[in-house]
Design a protein around this ligand. Structure first.
Ligand SMILES: *[C@@H]1O[C@H](CO)[C@@H](O)[C@H](O)[C@H]1NC(C)=O
Ligand SMILES: *[C@@H]1O[C@H](CO)[C@@H](O)[C@H](O)[C@H]1NC(C)=O
Ligand SMILES: *[C@@H]1O[C@H](CO)[C@@H](O)[C@H](O)[C@H]1NC(C)=O
Ligand SMILES: *[C@@H]1O[C@H](CO)[C@@H](O)[C@H](O)[C@H]1NC(C)=O
Ligand SMILES: *[C@@H]1O[C@H](CO)[C@@H](O)[C@H](O)[C@H]1NC(C)=O
Ligand SMILES: *[C@@H]1O[C@H](CO)[C@@H](O)[C@H](O)[C@H]1NC(C)=O
Ligand SMILES: *[C@@H]1O[C@H](CO)[C@@H](O)[C@H](O)[C@H]1NC(C)=O
Ligand SMILES: *[C@@H]1O[C@H](CO)[C@@H](O)[C@H](O)[C@H]1NC(C)=O
Ligand SMILES: *[C@@H]1O[C@H](CO)[C@@H](O)[C@H](O)[C@H]1NC(C)=O
Ligand SMILES: *[C@@H]1O[C@H](CO)[C@@H](O)[C@H](O)[C@H]1NC(C)=O
Length: 877
C-alpha cells in the first residue's frame, strides 16, 4: 500500500498549497517557506490550506486539507501502481481510502504533474510539459473568463470551484466534485432520480484495486415505477434494491426503517427532480457507500478501534440476490439451498432437463395459456376467466408501472381487465404496482417481503383448489390417525395431561402450518358435540386449539400471582408451556354477554394478521363457557406502565426508543388500515394496548373491538360506542361515527402521551384540563418543548420532538377530514424536509364529565373504569 502524502511531512515540498505561485522554482525561497511552515505547524497541526486560488499551483506531494481535517486532496498512487492520480481521501485514517479521483482515465506517469486553476477558470491537471490531462470542464468554447476562481475542499469531501473569491455562496459554484462522483457515495451527496432522464448511473467502479479507471460495474438509480438502486455490469443488471416505497427499499430485507446501520436515508425534492441522500445519525461516524471493483455494493463504517472499515452491508450477498438468478417467473429462496429455484404456481420450467441440473437461467413458462385475449368461450368472462394466485413474502419483480387505483380491489380489477397485465401488488404508501411482461427477479424473503398477485388461467385456479382439497383430506386422515394413536397412548399411559401439553407446546413456532388443532382434543369421554360446534362457530382459523387443562397448568390454575392485568373483557394471565415458551392468556369473563362476539371477532381478525407491530396470537382455547386467547408473552408488558408510573420506568424509555415506539405503532396501524387485505379499524388504541417486547418494540394488541370494513366503505355508524375515555374522537364519542380517522385521533393522543409522559385525561394543569388542550396552548405560545417529558429532555432531538408534537396536533383535530391518514403520518414523522400543515384548534375534550352528562348514555350497559379499562355503552337511538 502506497503511503499517502501528508501535508507538512517528510517530503520537502509537502507544505500545503504553495503560497508562492509566482516563483515556485526558487530553492532559497522554498527552504525559507519550508522553515516558516514547519515552525507554523508546531503551533497549528491542522495547518493545511483548504483552498486553491487562481494562479496557485498544487504540486505532487502537496495537499489541500478540509477545514476540520476530515478530507485531504492531492496526488497518489493506488495499490501497486506507480501512476499518479489526483484524488480525495480521508486524512486521519491509516488505511488508504480514496473517495474521489479526478483524472481516473488519464494518469500521470511521473511526479511532475500539478493541479491548478487555468486561465479560463477551470480546474486543470497539467503534466510535466504543461499540457492538460484533465479539466473540470471539457468544453473549450466557453468564453467567460473567471480570473478569481477559487477551489475549496469541504469537510463533506466535496471540492467546490467558485467563480470568485467569495466561497460562501454555494449556489454560485462552477463545479463540484460530488456532482461528478467516481465509485463512492458520500453522506450529503445527492443522487438524482428523474424519470424523464432515465437511469442515472452515478457511480462507476474502479478497474482493480490498483487502477481507478472505469471498471465494468456501475451503480445508480433506475426511476421506473418507483426508484430502485441498481448495479449494472456493462448494460446488464446484476443487482437491484427493489422499489422505494417512500421510506425504504423493498428488496433489502434488512432495511426495516429509513434509518439503519447508523444512517438515515431520505429523498428530497428540488427543481423538479428527486434526490436520494443520507446522513449519519451520529455525525462523528465516517460512513460511505461504494461500488467495489468486483461489482459489489458496499456500505462501510470506519471502526477507529479496530482500525479498519467495517462492511455493514454488502450486495449481492448470495445467489438469490443476484439479478434474476432463477429466470423469468422463477422464485429464488436461499433457505432451500441447493435447490434454491422454483417456478411460481401455475408455471413449469422452460427447459426441464437444464433446470434439473441446476441451470435455472431458462426460467419458467405457463402451464396453461391465459384465457384473456384468446378467442374462446371463456374470453367472454371478465378477464377471460383468469384469476390471480397469491405469492407472499417476495421481492416484487422488476420493471413495475404504477397503475391508477384507489385501493387494492381497484388495483386487482384494473389488472384483470387488462390482458397485458401479468401481476399486481398494492402498497399503501405507493399505490398499485402492475407488471405487463415477464416477472423478473423475484426472490422469497423470510421476513419483510411483499405480496404479489400473479395472473394465471382460470383452470389453474381450479386445479389448485382441487389439490388444496386433496391436501386437506390427507391432513384430516392424518390427524385422525394421529388422534387414534394419541387415544391409544392415553389408554396405556396415565400421563395424558403432559402429552397434550406437549402437543400444544411443540407447535409454538410454526403456525399456522396446517390445522391439526381439531385432533388435539380433550381425551375425556365427554368430548362434546358442543365443543366441536363452538370451534366451528368461530370459523376455525388456522390456529392451534389449546387444551384447557394445558392452559390451566401453564397458568398455575389461573392463579392470582400469574395475573397480568384486567382487560376490557376479562383477566389476562401469564403462563409457561412445558417447552419453556411464555404465553399470555386472555380469559374472557363468563359474565360478559358480549364475550363470544368479541372473541370470534378477535380470533378471526388476528388469525389473518401478520405484522411486526401487531401482537401475535398463538392459539385459542374453548371449553364450555370458557373462551381464551393465547398470545405471545411480552416481557415488558404495556406502554402505559413505562409512561405513567414512576420516574425510573420513564427513564428506561429515552427519546430514541419513544420515537421508535411511535413509528412502530404508526406502522402497525397503517397495516391495519391499508396494508392488510382487510381494512380494520382498531377502535381502542391506547397506551395500555401497546405491548412491548424485550427490545421495546411496540405491538398493538386487543382487537376485541376492531371492525372490518369493506373495500369502499369509509365510515360506519354504530349504536354501540366502545372505546376508552381520552382516546375517543369527537365524532365517535358524540355520534357513534367511526372511521380510520377515529383511530388516527387515538394515535394522536397516544403520540402526545408518549412525548409528554402524561395521560391525556387524569392530567391536570392549572390552565388546562387535558393534555390536548395544553399541547395546543403551548404550541400557540411557541413553547411546545415545555410539553416534553423531563426525563427525555436530555436525550431528545428537538426537531424530531417538535415534528412529533406537530403531527400529534394534526391527528387530534376536531374534523376527521382534516386529520392525516396513517400513511401521511408516517411520511410526516420520518421526513425531515416535509413542511407540515398548521393544525386547527382542538376544542373537543373527551373528559369523563362530558361523557357522563351525555344523555345517550345508559348506565346499565357500561363497564367503566376511568383511564384504563375500555368502556362499552349503548347509544339509544
Ligand atoms: C501488490 O502486489 C503484491 C505482490 O505482487 C500482491 O500480493 C498484492 O495483492 C498487490 N496489491 C494490490 C492492492 O494489488
Ligand atoms: C510550464 O508553465 C510554467 C508557468 O507557466 C513555466 O514556468 C514552465 O517553464 C512551463 N514548463 C514547460 C515544460 O513548458
Ligand atoms: C463533456 O462533454 C460531454 C460530451 O460533449 C458531455 O456530455 C459532458 O457533460 C461534458 N462533461 C463536463 C464535465 O462538462
Ligand atoms: C479551460 O482550459 C483547459 C486547459 O487549459 C481546457 O481543457 C478546458 O476545456 C478549458 N475550459 C473552458 C471552459 O474553456
Ligand atoms: C478579482 O479580485 C480582485 C481583488 O480581490 C478584484 O480587484 C478584481 O476585481 C476581481 N476580478 C474579478 C473579475 O472579479
Ligand atoms: C463568509 O462567511 C463567513 C462566516 O460564515 C463570514 O465571516 C465571511 O465574512 C463571509 N465572507 C463573505 C465574503 O461574505
Ligand atoms: C471486465 O470485463 C473484461 C472484458 O469482458 C474482463 O476481461 C474483465 O475480467 C472484467 N473485470 C472484472 C473485474 O470483472
Ligand atoms: C458518536 O460516536 C462517537 C465515536 O464513535 C461516540 O464516542 C459517541 O458517543 C457517539 N455519539 C452518540 C450520540 O451516539
Ligand atoms: C441482514 O442482517 C443479518 C443479521 O443482522 C445478516 O446476517 C445478513 O447478512 C444481512 N443481510 C444483508 C443482505 O445484508
Ligand atoms: C443453461 O440453459 C440455457 C437454456 O437452455 C442454455 O442456453 C445454456 O447453455 C445453459 N448453460 C449451461 C452452463 O449449461
Amino acid at each position: 500500500m502506497t503511503k499517502m502524502p501528508k501535508p507538512l511531512s517528510h517530503s520537502g515540498r509537502a507544505m500545503g498549497c504553495s503560497s508562492s505561485p509566482h516563483n515556485p522554482s526558487s530553492s532559497s525561497h522554498l527552504s525559507f517557506f519550508l522553515l516558516l511552515f514547519m515552525s507554523l505547524s508546531l503551533f497549528c497541526p491542522c495547518n493545511g490550506q483548504n483552498s486553491l486560488s487562481q494562479g496557485q499551483v498544487l504540486r505532487d506531494g502537496e495537499t489541500l486539507v478540509s477545514s476540520m481535517g476530515t478530507f485531504e486532496l492531492g496526488f497518489f498512487s493506488p495499490g501497486n501502481s506507480t501512476l499518479r492520480f489526483v484524488g480525495i481521501w480521508y486524512r486521519d485514517i491509516s488505511v488508504e481510502s480514496v473517495v474521489w479521483v479526478a483524472n481516473r482515465e488519464n494518469p500521470l506517469s511521473d511526479k511532475n504533474g500539478v493541479l491548478t486553476i487555468g486561465s479560463n477558470g477551470s480546474l486543470v491537471i497539467l503534466d510535466g510539459s504543461n499540457s492538460s490531462v484533465w479539466s473540470s470542464s471539457n468544453s473549450s468554447s466557453s468564453s467567460s473568463q473567471f480570473t478569481n476562481s477559487t477551489a475549496i475542499l469541504m469537510d463533506t469531501g466535496n471540492l467546490i470551484l467558485y467563480p470568485t473569491e467569495d466561497t460562501n455562496d454555494s449556489s454560485g459554484s462552477l463545479w463540484q466534485s460530488l456532482q461528478h462522483p467516481t465509485d463512492t457515495y458520500l453522506p450529503s451527496m445527492r443522487v438524482r432520480v428523474n424519470s424523464a432522464m432515465g437511469e442515472n448511473r452515478a457511480f462507476t467502479s474502479w478497474k482493480s484495486d490498483s487502477d481507478p479507471s472505469r471498471g465494468n460495474y456501475s451503480m445508480g438509480v433506475d426511476p421506473r415505477g418507483t426508484p430502485q438502486i441498481v448495479i449494472w455490469e456493462g448494460s446488464i443488471r446484476r443487482w437491484r434494491s427493489g422499489h422505494w416505497n417512500g421510506l425504504i427499499f423493498l428488496g433489502v430485507p434488512n432495511m426495516t426503517a429509513n434509518y439503519l446501520y447508523g444512517f438515515r436515508l431520505s429523498s428530497v425534492e428540488s427543481d423538479g427532480s428527486t434526490y436520494f441522500t443520507y446522513t449519519p445519525l451520529n455525525t462523528s461516524d465516517l460512513l460511505r457507500f461504494r461500488i467495489s471493483w468486483e461489482g459489489r455494493e458496499e456500505m462501510l463504517r470506519w471502526d477507529a478501534t479496530g482500525n479498519e472499515w467495517t462492511i455493514l452491508q454488502s450486495e449481492p450477498v448470495n445467489e438469490c440476490e443476484k439479478y434474476n438468478w432463477c429466470g423469468d417467473f422463477g422464485i429464488c429462496n436461499i433457505k432451500k439451498s441447493p435447490n434454491i429455484c422454483s417456478c411460481m404456481d401455475g408455471f413449469t420450467p422452460k427447459y426441464a432437463e437444464e433446470w434439473k441440473k441446476g441451470n435455472w437461467t431458462g426460467g419458467c413458462v405457463r402451464k396453461t395459456e391465459l384465457g384473456c385475449g384468446k378467442n374462446t368461450s371463456s374470453s367472454l368472462e371478465e378477464g377471460g376467466g383468469d384469476g390471480f394466485l397469491e405469492i407472499e413474502g417476495v421481492k416484487l419483480p422488476d420493471f413495475a408501472d404504477i397503475g391508477s387505483a384507489k385501493n387494492a380491489n381497484d388495483c386487482e380489477a384494473n389488472c384483470l381487465n387488462n390482458c397485458s397485465c401479468y401481476a399486481f401488488s398494492y402498497l399503501s404508501t405507493v399505490g398499485c404496482f402492475v407488471w405487463s411482461g415477464d416477472l423478473i427477479d423475484v426472490q422469497h424473503f423470510e421476513s419483510g417481503g411483499r405480496t404479489l398477485f400473479v395472473r394465471v388461467a382460470g383452470s389453474e385456479l381450479a386445479s389448485r383448489k382441487i389439490s388444496t382439497i386433496l391436501i386437506i383430506v390427507l391432513v384430516v386422515i392424518g390427524s385422525f390417525l394421529f388422534c387414534v394413536s394419541l387415544w391409544l397412548l392415553w389408554r396405556f399411559k396415565e400421563d395424558v395431561k403432559a402429552c397434550s401439553i406437549l402437543c400444544c407446546g411443540s407447535r409454538k413456532n410454526e403456525l399456522p402450518l396446517f390445522d391439526i388443532s381439531n385432533s388435539i382434543t380433550e381425551p375425556s369421554s365427554e368430548l362434546s358435540g358442543q365443543y366441536d360446534l363452538e370451534a366451528k362457530q368461530v370459523n376455525g382459523p388456522d390456529l392451534p386449539l389449546f387444551n384447557f387443562n394445558a392452559v390451566a397448568t401453564a397458568t398455575n390454575n389461573f392463579s392470582e400471582q400469574n395475573k397480568l392485568g384486567q382487560g376490557g373483557f376479562g383477566p389476562v394471565y401469564k403462563g409457561k408451556l412445558p417447552g419453556g415458551q411464555e404465553i399470555a392468556v386472555k380469559r374472557l369473563s363468563r359474565k360478559s354477554g358480549q364475550g363470544l362476539e368479541e372473541f370470534k371477532n378477535e380470533l378471526v381478525l388476528i388469525a389473518k394478521l401478520q405484522h411486526r407491530n401487531l401482537v401475535r396470537l398463538l392459539g385459542y382455547c374453548i371449553k364450555g363457557e370458557e373462551k381464551m386467547l393465547i398470545y405471545e408473552y411480552m416481557p415488558n408488558r404495556s406502554l402505559d406502565k413505562f409512561l405513567f408510573t414512576d420516574q425510573s420506568k420513564q427513564n428506561q424509555l429515552d427519546w430514541r426508543k419513544r420515537f421508535q415506539i411511535i413509528e412502530g405503532v404508526a406502522r402497525g396501524l397503517l397495516y391495519l388500515h391499508r396494508d392488510s387485505r382487510l381494512r380494520i379499524i382498531h377502535r381502542d388504541l391506547k397506551a395500555s394496548n401497546i405491548l412491548l417486547d424485550e427490545e421495546m418494540n411496540p405491538k398493538i394488541s386487543d382487537f376485541g373491538m376492531a371492525r372490518i370494513f369493506g373495500g369502499n366503505q369509509d365510515e360506519a355508524n354504530t349504536t354501540r360506542v366502545v372505546g376508552t375515555y381520552g382516546y375517543m374522537s369527537p365524532e365517535y364519542a358524540m355520534e357513534g361515527l367511526f372511521s380510520i380517522k377515529s383511530d388516527v385521533y387515538s394515535f394522536g393522543v397516544l403520540l402526545l402521551e408518549i412525548v409528554s409522559g402524561r395521560r391525556n385525561i387524569g392530567f391536570r394543569s392549572p390552565e388546562q384540563s387535558n393534555l390536548i388542550g395544553q399541547a395546543w396552548q403551548l404550541w400557540n405560545e411557541g413553547k411546545v418543548m415545555e410539553l416534553v417529558d423531563p426525563s427525555i429532555a436530555s436525550s431528545c432531538l428537538r426537531d424530531e420532538v417538535k415534528r412529533c408534537i406537530h403531527v400529534g396536533m394534526l391527528c387530534v383535530q376536531d374534523s376527521a377530514a382534516q386529520r392525516p391518514t396513517m400513511s401521511s403520518v408516517i411520511l410526516l414523522l420520518e421526513s425531515e424536509a416535509a413542511s407540515l400543515p398548521l393544525p386547527r384548534q382542538p376544542t373537543f375534550t373527551s373528559k369523563r364529565s362530558d361523557i357522563d352528562s351525555d344523555h345517550y348514555f345508559d348506565e346499565n350497559d357500561v363497564n367503566v373504569s376511568l383511564n384504563n379499562a375500555s368502556i362499552t355503552r349503548v347509544v339509544g337511538r
